[in-house]
Ligand binder design. Structure first.
Ligand SMILES: Cc1cc2nc3c(=O)[nH]c(=O)nc-3n(C[C@H](O)[C@H](O)[C@H](O)COP(=O)(O)O)c2cc1C
Length: 170
C-alpha cells in the first residue's frame, strides 16, 4: 500500500486542524503529519502520496511557512509520486479564494509528480481562484472555507479523502 504523508502550512491553526482531521480519516499516524515550517524538504522522499495543504494570505498568496519549503521541493525529481492538494480560505475574498492551492499546483508541475484528487466546486460561491482555471470543471484540489462554511467541511472531506484512498490502493 502506498505511504501517505501530510505537509501543511498554517498561520492561525485552521489548516493544521484540518490536516489532523484528514489524517484521522486516512488513518495516518501523527508522525506522518508535518508542519512545513518545521520540516526539511527532503522529508517528502519518504512518501508515495503527498497531501499538501496551505491557507491563502495577503491577496491570494501562499501561507508564509510554505515559501522556503516550496523552494526546496519544487527542484526535486518527484516522478512516481502522487500529490493531492487542499487549502483553507475565505470565499468572501472572492477573487483569490484559496489561490495558494493553485500556486502549489503551478510551482510543482515541473517535478514529474502526478496530481490526484481534483475536486469540483459545485455549491461554492466565489468568482476567481488560481486553484480553478476558468475553463476547468474542477479545482486542482479540495478548497475549504472554515470561516464561513465549516458545516460543509465534513462532507467535502469525506468525498475528497475517498479519492485519495482509491488512489492509495490502486
Ligand atoms: C489578512 C488576511 C488575508 C487573507 N487573504 C485571503 C485570500 O486572499 N484568499 C482566501 O481564500 N482567504 C484569505 N484569507 C483567509 C484565510 O486563508 C483563512 O482565514 C484560513 O482559514 C486561515 O488558515 P490558517 O489558520 O491555517 O492559516 C485571509 C485572511 C486574512 C486575515
Amino acid at each position: 500500500m502506498k505511504k501517505i504523508g501530510i505537509f501543511y502550512g498554517s498561520a492561525t491553526g485552521t489548516t493544521q486542524n484540518v490536516s489532523m482531521r484528514i489524517a484521522k480519516m486516512l488513518n495516518i499516524a501523527d508522525s506522518d503529519v508535518h508542519d512545513v515550517g518545521k520540516t526539511l524538504p527532503s522529508a517528502v522522499g519518504g512518501y508515495d502520496i503527498l497531501v499538501l495543504g496551505t491557507s491563502t494570505w495577503g491577496s491570494g498568496e501562499l501561507e508564509d511557512d510554505w515559501f522556503d519549503f516550496l523552494d526546496g521541493i519544487e527542484v526535486l525529481d518527484l516522478r512516481g509520486k502522487e500529490i493531492a492538494l487542499f487549502g483553507c480560505g475565505d470565499e468572501t475574498m472572492s477573487d483569490t479564494f484559496c489561490s495558494a492551492v493553485g500556486i502549489l499546483h503551478d510551482r510543482l508541475s515541473g517535478t514529474g509528480a502526478m496530481f490526484i484528487a481534483p475536486y469540483d466546486t459545485i455549491g461554492y460561491d466565489f468568482d476567481e481562484s488560481l486553484a480553478k482555471p476558468a475553463e476547468a470543471e474542477a479545482a486542482v484540489g479540495l478548497l475549504l472555507d472554515e470561516v464561513n462554511h465549516p458545516e460543509l467541511t465534513p462532507q467535502r472531506l469525506a468525498g475528497w479523502t475517498k479519492l485519495i484512498m482509491d488512489s492509495q490502493t490502486a
